[in-house]
Ligand binder design. Structure first.
Ligand code: UT7
Length: 331
């Protein structure tokens, strides 16, 4: 028997209805549409505004979309992974609640956290479980309610992030399609450049941490930008070389949607025509763990069986990497 490959067999997604446009942001902080668009490529982002709804709400919606469109029986799902930096709560996994709510009653579930690389790393985990033969159906969801950790008086972060979720199902593939290779990295040097200071074991919540706004995302944008530009391009080039892929061979680049300039730098290094670079940053901003699956959700109809996809991401930690996957179906 040949090697089992792990292919994506279904896709789902969800973004909340409320649109936070650059125009609205102009009324909230000292910024303007032109600055935001030229520096980031973002025009608007979606926010989950309803009280009492956390990341699980987004994850469940995306999973239900996948289940409905893919005609999947949730009872057949073996494992539910939720990649997220904004779990509903620190203890009691968001994935467990999500699995139960969608009727995946025969699955086990857990969360995976690696900031903006969570979904990329999650693809590695999901595909390994399939390749090993241990499980047959793995639901991987990337979901983040970034608005729950953003300070909407801080113009350096509130213009960037949005809420959303995307989901994929990994299954064994008999034709060799699916996950082919990965090049994943991390470096703790980045811990101080993109973080939430308080609320963890290092600095538990207190009145002071709330007063000092230490439960919000802090980002040293310039430093993160420098690392992201070079590292995302490096790994994308490496994954091409290692798999003997020319720019003609690559059908699509699916880059983390953090900044248009980082995306373009990666595409340039790969010598890729811009028509092959999938983007929705303009409409959603940076949805952290949801950027990659939301690209699949938005552009699924363009993807054809046999297409060669390169995924690339960079995030806090630092965490980053690229993976290479062949598409398994025509939708
Ligand atoms: O997904 C996780 C990984 N994250 C990333 O990949 C994000 C990486 N970083 C970035 O995308 C960019 O660094 C930002 C979009 C966050 C910022 O863009 P930048 O070109 O690096 O701007 P900057 O931080 O160097 O700031 C340039 C100027 C500053 O003013 P001075 O010091 O030159 O007078 C800022 O104070 O722009 C100012 N500025 C703003 N102006 C208008 C900062 N934020 C804003 C704003 N509106 N929202």
């Amino acid at each position: 028997m040949g090697k089992i490959t792990a292919a994506i067999s279904a896709v789902g997604g969800y973004v909340p209805e409320f649109v936070l446009s650059n125009k609205i942001l102009e009324t909230m902080v000292d910024t303007n549409d032109e600055w935001i668009y030229t520096r980031t490529g973002i025009k608007e982002r979606r926010l989950l505004k309803e009280e009492g709804k956390g990341t699980s709400y987004l994850a469940i919606k995306a999973a239900q979309d996948l289940i409905e469109k893919g005609n999947i029986d949730p009872k057949e799902i073996d494992l539910v992974l939720v990649a997220t930096a904004t779990p509903d709560m620190p203890v009691a996994s968001t994935a467990v609640y999500t699995a139960t709510e969608i009727g995946a009653t025969n699955a086990f579930a857990y969360d995976l956290q690696a900031a903006c690389s969570s979904f990329l790393y999650g693809m590695s985990t999901a595909s390994s479980f399939i390749e090993s033969g241990r499980y047959k159906k793995i639901l991987l969801i990337g979901a983040d309610k970034m608005s729950s950790i953003i300070d909407y008086t801080d113009r350096t972060t509130c213009i960037i992030f949005g809420d959303g979720a995307g989901a994929v199902l990994f299954e064994p593939n008999e034709e060799g399609y699916g996950y082919q290779d990965e090049f994943l990295r991390s470096d703790g040097v980045g811990r101080d450049s993109l973080k939430i200071d308080a609320g963890g074991s290092l600095l538990p919540p207190s009145i002071d941490t709330v007063t000092n706004k230490q439960h919000y995302v802090y980002q040293d944008g310039r430093t993160v930008f420098k690392f992201a530009v070079s590292n995302m391009a490096d790994v994308s080039e490496k994954i091409m070389k290692r798999n003997n892929l020319t720019n003609d061979d690559v059908s699509w680049l699916l880059p983390h949607q953090a900044n248009n300039r980082i995306i373009d730098a990666t595409a340039n290094r790969m010598n890729l025509d811009e028509s092959k670079v999938l983007k929705n940053i303009q409409r959603y901003g940076n949805t952290t763990s949801a950027t990659l699956p939301l690209l699949l959700y938005d552009f699924e109809s363009k993807l054809k069986k046999g297409d060669k996809l390169v995924f690339a991401a960079f995030g806090g930690g630092f965490t980053w990497g690229a993976s290479y996957l062949t598409w398994a179906y025509n939708s």
